[in-house]
Design a protein around this ligand. Structure first.
Ligand code: 13P
Ligand code: SF4
Length: 302
């Protein structure tokens, strides 16, 4: 059955001159047939560069929206319209405007995990792969508002020595990992380095040997001569880690580190989406133009 879905998806991809982009947290079967698998930054770059006529985005809505913002003339399809990001939903444009009015002159840095409206109300975007670089690019004397991830924001403050006004958002998956979980894994796997995503809590980050974006974790593991790793991120990423490094072993801190939204895509849904050309992502043009500036500023410096 799965083989026939794959054949149909491949055939339809040729007909549509489409490219399939997938995030590392997507189900393994989706990663297998994607043209490109990456973290948020790599996918934004890929979306900015693609010559395909149709972009099929296997991820969550802010990712597909970013692809549309960068490619207004292309059709962008998100197979599961319900797949959102709870962290992105923690900040709205009206509340951000209110905060901005209390800090006139502040630069607003928005994590890519945010709506098109929030991007439009921000000055520059960042991902977990380039947040330190983006914040460093802002003049030292300028105040900074960072939305919506308080954990990534705190990590960037620590790395750059900058003080920022942090929004109180968080990723419900990464924020679930506790310092006790990490200590328990260290006890179970002595000698295995701890590599965590910067969406983790500060006390978890303090215990880590390395803090990396999703693609950065993969690079770290590939380059290491060690054979066992404790990984602090969404557990679906283990599929890619294991595929790329079959001789190495990976441990996640605890069960239930799964992003449900990322797991809403299935082969069947993808095939349906490509047949019906649904769901097409649209962004209101006046919002899109402003959000494009915010995204392109990031892409131009990283
Ligand atoms: P990256 O893809 O930037 O590592 O972020 C992880 C994430 O939570 C995506 O939603
Ligand atoms: Fe959002 Fe966290 Fe899921 Fe990423 S893993 S999409 S940040 S809820």
């Amino acid at each position: 059955m799965a083989a026939s879905w794959q054949e149909y998806i491949d055939k339809r991809k040729q007909e549509l001159q489409a490219v399939i982009l997938a995030h590392y947290y997507q189900p393994g079967e989706i990663q297998e047939l994607a043209d490109f698998v990456g973290d948020s930054f790599q996918l934004a770059r890929q979306a900015a560069r693609t010559e395909a006529r149709v972009i099929v985005f296997c991820g969550v809505s802010f990712m597909a929206e970013s692809a549309k913002i960068l490619n207004p003339e292309k059709m962008v399809i998100l197979p599961e319209i319900q797949a959102g990001c709870p962290m992105a939903d923690m900040v709205g444009a009206a509340a951000l405007e209110e905060l901005k009015s209390q800090h006139p002159g502040a630069a607003v840095v928005c994590y890519v995990n945010s709506s098109a409206q929030v991007k439009a109300a921000s000055d520059i975007c960042c991902t977990s792969a380039n947040a330190v670089q983006v914040v460093t690019s802002i003049p030292k004397e300028q105040e900074i508002i960072f939305v919506p991830d308080r954990n990534l924001g705190a990590y960037v403050c620590e790395q750059t020595g900058r003080r920022m006004i942090l929004w109180e958002g968080f990723c419900p998956v990464h924020d679930r990992i506790t310092a006790a979980d990490i200590e328990e894994q260290r006890r179970l796997h002595p000698g295995a380095p701890v590599v965590v995503h910067p969406e983790c809590r500060p006390e978890v980050i303090r215990l880590a040997d390395a803090v990396r974006s999703t693609a950065g974790i993969l690079d770290y593991v590939r380059q290491s001569s060690l054979s066992e790793f404790i990984i602090g991120t969404e557990e679906g990423f283990l599929y890619s880690l294991q595929k790329n490094c079959p001789d190495k072993r990976f441990y996640v801190p605890q069960g239930h580190l799964q992003c449900q939204e990322m797991k809403m895509t299935s082969l069947e849904k993808l095939a349906w989406a490509m047949r019906e050309l649904k769901h097409q992502v649209e962004v209101e043009e006046n919002i899109r133009i402003k959000a494009q500036v915010t995204l392109e500023r990031m892409l131009s410096i990283t």
